[in-house]
Design a protein around this ligand. Sequence first.
Ligand code: SDX
Length: 380
Amino acid sequence: MDFEIFYGLNGVHFDKSKIASIDGLNGELIYRGYDIRELAIDATFEEVVYLLWYAELPKKAELEKFTADLRSRYKIPEGVIKVLRELPKDTHPMHAIRTGISALASFDKQADDLEMDNIHRIGSKLVAQFPAIVAAFYRIREGKEIIEPDETLSIAANFLYMFNGEKPSQAATHVMDTALILHAEHGSNASAFVCRATASSLTDVYSAVTAAMASLKGKLHGGANTAVMKALEEISSVAGVEDYVLKTLSMPGGRVMGFGHRVYKVLDPRAVILKKVSHNLAEESGDSKWFEMSVEMERVMDLEMDKKGKQIKPNVDFYSASVYRMLGFPGDMYTPIFAVARISGWMAHLYEQYANNRLMRPRLVYEGQRGLKFKAVSER
Ligand code: SDX
């Protein structure tokens, strides 16, 4: 019997959803009906989290209540900090933070309760505590004092504060809000799919989110922003970009990180916004090197892909690399920052999955041998 195989599940729709819609041909992304191009500039991350979870923008009183609840959950258990302190200082940040997230389950007596109110409680805890776990690991690794969260600050501002040890400017906070909003949600990307597939066995939220963290780490997905900065640092000047791209493309299966997308066949709308943010930061900071190298890489890729008749454009990870660099983050912390945002999208998907669940169990077409007879080891 012939079966059609969908490698990488390309083009497969496994459920219905009301969270986000991606128009890959027109380069559009909407969260619950709102265009990302408006949300990214005009909203705060907390408003977008509320929108993703409750399908409407919060009114003033709703936003105040939601924000107060999140802020009351900022602090992480001392036991989780102890776990992070025990890890080797050179642990890959995504291993460390995935471990910290997983450890949170051990400090939550209702970790395994799948009643929807409890799932929302855990979701709020995770959105509130991811920033503290990322910042805590970074400060432990650098031999710096851990900064306690400040409940008077927004998620974006508090994250910058806990990471750098100083209260951020309004401008830096707004850039962080924009970056978190742009990275919050993106339909059934690999980590969101893994999150839903894991939850479909009716395991708990922490287990499903730990699985999503594991998937996000990969360089074909959330790990790409770190890979982009690694490449830019390796190239180190605008003059070196063209050779790097040509060399990479000449290798069999060579991929230039930060380019291409399974769904977008034109420029990722998030990359359009992040390019502008990167340009503004470059002008304000006077350090335009990373932005200029990124623009050069985009130019060379456009030229080379035109020659091949392909549309391989920058994705969300490409310009986020230079933005995070100019915000002062080290390159290996970019994927953890992606997770600080994407936990909100993963939770929106978990609310949908747990509310209308069926175990996910696809098939494989068996092409192995049949009819073989067992022989004792002495006869083999
Ligand atoms: C994210 O899915 C999401 O929504 C993810 C995300 C989200 O918000 O959750 O948007 C975030 O993960 C963005 C993607 C980050 N990854 C990278 O930047 C890694 C580099 N990109 C590629 O590996 C690739 O583009 C993928 C993985 C993103 C998409 O891969 P596909 O859809 O499986 O496409 P493919 O690898 O089969 O490539 C199709 C063709 C190939 O040419 P042929 O072999 O058919 O001749 O396009 C070419 C590839 O050579 N191609 C590239 C390329 N990406 C695709 N060529 C050079 N460099 C690239 N980056």
